[in-house]
Design a protein. Structure first.
Ligand code: NAG
Ligand code: NAG
Ligand code: NAG
Ligand code: NAG
Ligand code: NAG
Ligand code: NAG
Ligand code: NAG
Ligand code: NAG
Ligand code: NAG
Length: 573
């Protein structure tokens, strides 16, 4: 028994050792050692084409294992991944001048390659035929590689391809019909090329596609209605082409869509309310087309898409802004500017807490609902707003967060609204070109700031109150300091003289517009020293200033100085 047991132990020891050796041997392969001769040779020849002054490829050395070379990854002794991005690797600025060889001549020999990613190397060549030999390729990413010509049919051989990314090249003509062989493709990115003609028919056959980005090309024609076959599509971008006709409503049958960017084309017609119900849609960009008709939204009780971005600007949408626009959950950027919307602004838009709302250049009337102070940025310039009294009240639940408000170029008339002073987080206010006045009765206007201008204590970016009949003395208060950087009080009926207390009240102003007022007297001779040293714009035109012109040339950053239309004596500038 003992003998048997010893022999058995030795036998097990032997089996154990050989297994261990076997494992170690394999480990040498699986950890990427001992690259195949064929692969090393192909890589060295590829390297030889580079003008590599910075030494990006210095460790691509024939006497070392190619699996250890920069950008090379192996599996079982074969190169499976090649990644080159010299430009974004610190210290290797070989951008643009990188390649002088025959691109791709040998890459086809890397037959085990699964992922090829070369960025920011200018090959200035066509896509090499040899890539058609990479039958295992799953990711082909050649961004900004200076590729010319067409997408060659040989790429149809790549039946395992999942991601084709040829963004930012100069490729013309589109996908060959044989691309229907890409049965596993999930992403096609061809943005910023020179594709022309119609959308290739074969795309609708690639039912595995999740991402299709052909932005910034020259495609014309229509989106084929059979695009609805792409039932896995999450990202669809044809931004910046010349596509026309209707946006097919069948696209809304693709429930998986998350991002739809059809902006900057020539689409016409209305858009379906079904867009706003897609359960995963976060971005809808249809701006800069010729879309028209009312904005149809679902009813309050229906499900709304989880939109974050809604861009409909620069179209011809009309009708009123639907109240249910306030029914999207969470914070949105909504841009409806430069359309033909009429009616009043729904209070429900205040639901868009912390959001951005741009309604400029429409024909909206009525007033500004104070519920909108729950948004961060609101621009309603160039409409027909004519109601200056408060609609609702400023929220007191901590959501009075508005920081930028644009109400310029409307028809707001009457005394400066007191609600403006309640907007404690405002940094930028534009109420220019309205008919807003200041009622100063009962206030001590000599040497003090009108109460209404208390808003200036919070505004630390800009105030544009130009072209309003404020008719006040120029603000100047020794106990008052404003932090505003851009102050436009052009044509506001300002009177008085520019005293040094004005400059103490506005120490940070660097763009100062006081033109077309009734200011008079002499300018302080030390005015350049009183002004913010970074002052770049100074407009004192069309007032009644007299005397000598101070030495504004001392202001190093002054780019624009307008003194016309005064009665200055000639003096040194
Ligand atoms: C390759 O590496 C060896 C050893 O590190 C070195 O002697 C040789 O000069 C290198 N060859 C090139 C072409 O850099
Ligand atoms: C790839 O496709 C081309 C035709 O486009 C064909 O001539 C070639 O033999 C194919 N290569 C391989 C390796 O299958
Ligand atoms: C592409 O799709 C169309 C219509 O869905 C079909 O008729 C055609 O046979 C498909 N082509 C290929 C190559 O699968
Ligand atoms: C929406 O997104 C969720 C989470 O990513 C996913 O589980 C769901 O399948 C998507 N819905 C559709 C219709 O694709
Ligand atoms: C949005 O606002 C409207 C009216 O102001 C209100 O009835 C509605 O409940 C709000 N919806 C949400 C989600 O807050
Ligand atoms: C401006 O408002 C005043 C009343 O506040 C009114 O008398 C005047 O006509 C308005 N001017 C314009 C141009 O609308
Ligand atoms: C103030 O608004 C007017 C339009 O009402 C505009 O022309 C002017 O450029 C604006 N001022 C500044 C400093 O942006
Ligand atoms: C108005 O304000 C100035 C400067 O703050 C002060 O000297 C003056 O007494 C005040 N006049 C009245 C009537 O309060
Ligand atoms: C978002 C934001 O800036 N909120 C501020 C608004 O103003 C109040 C009071 O000044 C601050 O407490 C908030 O932080």
């Amino acid at each position: 028994m003992a003998h048997y047991s010893v022999r058995s132990c030795t036998w097990w020891w032997f089996v154990g050792l050989s297994t261990l050796l076997h494992v170690l041997n394999n480990a040498r392969f699986t950890t990427g050692q001992m690259c195949a001769f064929q692969d090393a040779a192909a890589l060295l020849e590829f390297k030889a084409g580079f003008i590599d002054k910075a030494g990006y490829f210095s460790n691509w050395n024939g006497s070392t294992d190619c699996c250890s070379w920069q950008g090379v990854t192996c599996a079982l002794g074969r190169v499976v991944e090649l990644r080159i991005n010299a430009f974004f690797t610190p210290g290797f600025p070989i951008r643009d001048t990188g390649y002088a060889g025959h691109f791709g001549a040998t890459l086809g020999d890397l037959t085990a390659l699964q992922r090829l990613k070369i960025e920011n190397v200018r090959f200035n060549a066509e896509i090499p035929q040899s890539l058609g030999k990479l039958l295992n390729l799953e990711h082909l990413k050649l961004r900004g590689a200076g590729l010319l010509g067409t997408i060659p049919e040989c790429l149809c051989n790549l039946t395992k391809i999942k991601i084709l990314d040829l963004t930012e090249n100069a490729i013309s003509v589109t996908l060959p019909p044989c691309a229907s062989a890409w049965k596993e493709i999930t992403a096609i990115r061809l943005a910023a090329n020179q594709l022309s003609g119609v959308i290739p028919k074969v795309l609708a056959n690639l039912s595995t596609l999740m991402e299709l980005d052909i932005a910034e090309n020259g495609l014309v024609g229509v989106i084929p209605s059979n695009f609805r076959e792409l039932q896995k599509l999450e990202v669809l971008s044809f931004s910046g082409n010349a596509l026309s006709s209707y946006i097919p409503s069948t696209l809304t049958e693709i429930k998986s869509l998350r991002i739809v960017a059809l902006d900057r084309n020539r689409f016409t017609g209305g858009i379906s309310s079904w867009w706003y119900r897609l359960e995963n849609l976060t971005d809808l960009r249809l701006n800069d087309n010729e879309l028209s008709g009312p904005m149809f939204l679902p009813e309050w009780t229906e499900a709304f898409a989880p939109l974050r971005t809604l861009y409909l600007q620069n179209n011809k949408f009309c009708g009123s802004i639907p109240e249910t626009l306030g029914n999207f959950q969470g914070t949105l950027t909504i841009d409806l500017s430069n359309n033909e919307f009429t009616g009043t602004i729904p209070e429900s838009l205040g639901n868009n807490t912390y959001g951005t709302l741009i309604l400029s250049d429409n024909q909206l009337s009525g007033g500004f609902p104070l519920s909108l102070t729950r948004l961060q940025t609101v621009r309603i310039n160039r409409n027909n707003l004519d109601e200056l009294t408060a609609i609702g009240s400023v929220p007191t639940d901590g959501f009075n967060v508005i920081s930028e408000l644009g109400l310029g170029e409307n028809r707001l008339a009457g005394p400066w609204p007191t609600w403006i002073t309640e907007l404690v987080n405002l940094t930028s206010l534009d109420i220019s070109s309205n008919n807003i006045s200041m009622d100063l009765s009962g206030t001590n206007i000599t040497g003090s700031i009108p109460i209404a201008l208390e808003i200036l204590k919070t505004l630390d970016y800009s105030l544009n109150a130009s072209h309003n009949p404020l008719n006040i003395p120029i603000p100047c208060g020794d106990d008052f300091v404003a932090n505003v950087g851009i102050l436009d009080l052009t044509e506001t009926g300002l009177t008085g003289t520019l005293e040094s207390c004005f400059f103490r009240s506005f120490p940070l102003v660097s763009s100062l517009y006081l033109g077309e007022n009734q200011l008079g007297g002499e300018l302080p001779s030390d005015m350049p020293a009183l002004l913010n040293p970074t002052t770049n714009i100074l407009d004192l035109s069309n007032n009644r200033f007299v005397g000598r012109v101070p030495r504004f040339s001392e202001l190093e950053f002054l780019m624009y100085l307008d003194l016309l239309g005064n009665s200055f004596q000639f003096g040194p500038l």
